[in-house]
Write a new protein. Structure first.
Length: 95
């Protein structure tokens, strides 16, 4: 997993939003593996799923929509963007 500083640097970009799910949250929709939802100005959204056997790029609209709903559930379990940035900042300062 990338370091806190890597996430902090990425969070400084205007097109990146980082939200952290607290470790004590318990079971939530993101425990099944990494999910990256990619949206573009031109063209359809796609999803990149990363699991124990490798990554998969998903382009099928129905599956992308289902992953979008799962992504919303994960965001609902996460800290706000502002809280997440404050946490990242404190982790970076400790390094």
């Amino acid at each position: 997993m990338p370091s806190s500083i890597t996430f902090w640097r990425a969070a400084q970009r205007p097109n990146v939003a980082i939200q952290i799910v607290p470790a004590g949250r318990g079971a939530y929709a993101g425990l099944s593996g990494y999910l990256t939802l990619l949206s573009f100005d031109e063209g359809p959204d796609v999803v990149f799923l990363d699991d124990q056997v490798g990554g998969h790029l998903i382009e099928e609209a129905v599956t992308v929509d289902a992953c979008g709903i799962r992504f919303d559930w994960i965001r609902a379990s996460a800290r706000s963007q502002e809280e997440s940035l404050e946490l990242l900042k404190s982790l970076v300062e400790r390094q």
